[in-house]
Ligand binder design. Sequence first.
Ligand code: APR
Ligand code: PHB
Length: 397
Amino acid sequence: MRRIRTQVGIIGAGPAGLMLSHLLHQSGIESVVLESRSRQRVEERVRAGVLEQGTADLLRQTGVGARLEREGLPHDGIELSFSGHRHRIDMAELTGKRITVYAQQEVLKDLIQARFSAGGQLLFEVAGVTLHGLSSENPFVLFLDAAGMQVRLDCDYIAGCDGFHGVSRGSIPPKELTVYEQTYPFAWLGILAQAPPSSEELIYTHHQRGFALFSMRSPQITRLYLQCAPGEDIANWPDERIWEELIARFKTHDGWTPAQGPILQKGITDMRSFVVEPMRYGRLFLAGDAAHIVPPTGAKGMNLAVADVWVLSRALEEFYRSGFATLLQQYSETCLRRVWKVQRFSWWMTSMLHRFEGGNGFEEKRQLAELDYVTTSRAAMTMLAENYVGLPFTTTL
Ligand code: APR
Ligand code: PHB
């Protein structure tokens, strides 16, 4: 069996794993990233696309922001649409910060390129990853490399960045973990359309037929979502039905509708809120979707993954520089404070905007009052805005 050694073994090359490897390299710490998919699959998967101010700043400050700077679309506000009218939340004016629309897979391409140019070790198409010795001083990972050869990776620490369905969380004895979970009685159907975005800003829409979201990827590509039933079969949604439904939901009294064009890609995403505590077991640290999932309504999944690994990189940097493990000891608690605030925000946005079947009308009236309040009270608007642009990154409790 081939044996390799590194300081930090990272499972998963999503936003969490790649950003961690990049940040550690900036601090002179070596890592090896193990990813089960091919580089092409990782770079092609269509996911979310909103970067908080702090996420975009971190990419720029660490030398991976050049394309983001050129191609990212900065947004100073978002719009909420309900009862046939659109209302703007001016995030820049309320908070001094903004968001940037830049697709997750573009962030991944930039990080992969940066890691390879710096001589980083990213191993794609590995299989059979298992974690060992987590509660010892000498943890290691066994896996099969792309050629099917068995490899042992010895490391000081392991970062479980392998998403919700990865192996890392399951390697922790269940009695050590507490799971908090909530599912929602709906899903999102998302499309990419070859159509120039007909609104400059994102539009979150409350409608009796269900939620809809207008977003974009570039000056030529619109990204749209609509609330549908959980477990819905995409075959039930021919393109004409998707457009009909989107237009019905987005239409405002002034006649605005999204511009249409050929649908390039479509898919359905289930919605859940999930947190596991603590985010650490011995020498294994969980980060990103491996530890928590938020419903996409707050656009927080990727940003939360980046915030986790920023905390972890600061903690590992302190450990390798000074030998102190204080920040490592606090890792889970530090991350969970942010995680729960982001859970709260994502749940709040979700419950304000989606249609809940079978109510007696009370829920809908409450939602409309909430939307009225959040678009007229400066205090309420500021609450939305400061969460949307992103809470500050911090390593302290
Ligand atoms: N071995 C190696 N790699 C694995 C394994 C495994 N057993 N299981 C999963 N992976 C890989 C996946 O193929 C994926 O590329 O781990 C990666 C996890 O990436 P994400 O699921 O993107 O999770 P994360 O990096 O935490 O980012 C969270 O990104 O994907 C979005 O919706 C998600 O916005 C959220 C954010
Ligand atoms: C997206 O553009 O994909 C997007 C935007 C905002 C969200 C979720 C997804 O809340």
